[in-house]
Design a protein around this ligand. Structure first.
Ligand code: FAD
Length: 311
């Protein structure tokens, strides 16, 4: 009877934040504060980035263990295949699962132009998904351990090494077939790029939720750096407005307004939620969230079947 009287189902938006591990004790202090501020918004998880070759594994574990032990948050740990052998990757996956991690983002990592994967390296993210599933199967058989949720990367703009956007979608199909559960996108600044990726992915049978990733676009230097890393350029008009803004407060207003408008447009188009690349800064992320007002998209589902006599 309680259930029957409860509100009709609402569209549930996923919310998550990306954090990178601290590089020093002082920055870990600031990071703890950021985690606590973000936790207040009840995200589904926080993701923890990692460097290729497990170069900062101790720092990744430090942040992951902190999240598990000292907060109610769930970590999604990024794992990159480049620069590690298959055996090393299996060890890292086991170490993370032993600590209670149940969410992994399977990535290849960025490679130098001349990089040739060794025979013992896992060359593409889809094979890392398979490796994680194999470790999971072995543990389920021996320990009865719980299922692992595996995310992968998707690209609304073409991946810089990819010949075409069609190829990117074929790669996404292969990641789903290998056992991925969801995808998070690289940054983009035009909502049509995201919508196009989703439409074209659905046309070839991809069923994964594709969660759009956003950077609070308040800092022009960060946007330039992101363009170098990802090949995705912010609009010139936005960069110009940020670079000529009167002061930091004005820059923040401009960047938050731009970001909120972008997020609104993809949520209006049906995106399943949002993932914010925070660069370990909670103030801008919280500004975006507050201005966005997610309740706007949590309207009752349009087709709520009414069964039985409500009286
Ligand atoms: P893949 O899916 O393996 O694709 C890499 C390239 O190979 C693409 O061009 C693809 O088209 C091509 N390709 C794939 N399969 C095949 C095939 N079978 N044959 C031929 N070509 C193929 N990097 C980090 O180092 N640390 C992080 O923490 C991190 N976090 C990220 C989080 C998100 C949400 C995103 C979107 C990216 C992140 N990255 C991170 C960057 C990522 O590692 C790079 O974009 C990397 O260049 C590609 O990773 P991928 O997992 O998409 O690789």
């Amino acid at each position: 009877p309680e259930l029957a009287r409860s509100a009709p189902p609402r569209r549930r938006l996923a919310l998550s934040y990306e954090l990178f591990p601290a590089r020093s004790e002082a920055s870990f202090d600031r990071l703890r504060e950021t985690v606590s501020q973000l936790e207040a918004t009840a995200p589904d998880y926080v993701s923890v980035t990692s460097r290729t070759g497990q170069a900062n594994l101790d720092r990744v574990l430090e942040l992951t263990e902190y999240v598990l032990a000292c907060t109610d948050l769930r970590p999604l740990v990024h794992l990159t295949s480049t620069g590690s052998t298959r055996g090393e990757l299996e060890l890292v996956v086991r170490a993370l699962l032993d600590r209670g991690v149940r969410g992994l983002l399977a990535l290849r990592g960025d490679v130098e132009d001349a990089h040739q994967a060794d025979d013992d390296e896992v060359p593409f993210a889809r094979y890392l998904v398979e490796l994680i599933r194999a470790v999971e199967r072995e543990r389920t058989a021996t320990l009865g351990a719980g299922r692992v949720s595996i995310g992968v990367a998707a690209y609304p703009r073409r991946h810089p090494e990819s010949p075409t956007r069609r190829h990117d979608i074929e790669v996404l199909v292969s990641k789903e077939r290998s056992g991925a559960d969801f995808a998070i996108t690289q940054v983009f600044f035009d909502p049509a790029d995201y919508t196009d990726l989703v439409t074209r992915s659905r046309e070839v049978g991809v069923q994964l939720p594709i969660v759009p990733g956003f950077v609070p676009a308040t800092d022009p230097r960060r946007l330039h750096r992101l363009a170098e890393l990802s090949g995705v350029e912010a609009p010139r008009s936005l960069l110009h407005a940020l670079e000529t803004a009167r002061d930091d407060a004005a820059r923040r207003r401009i960047g938050v307004a731009f970001t909120v408008d972008l997020i609104r447009r993809v949520l209006d188009d049906g995106a399943p939620g949002l993932h914010l690349f925070t660069f370990n800064r909670h103030a801008e992320a919280l500004d975006v969230l507050e201005t966005l007002d997610l309740d706007r998209w949590s309207a009752p589902a349009p087709h709520t079947p009414t069964t039985g006599d409500p009286s």
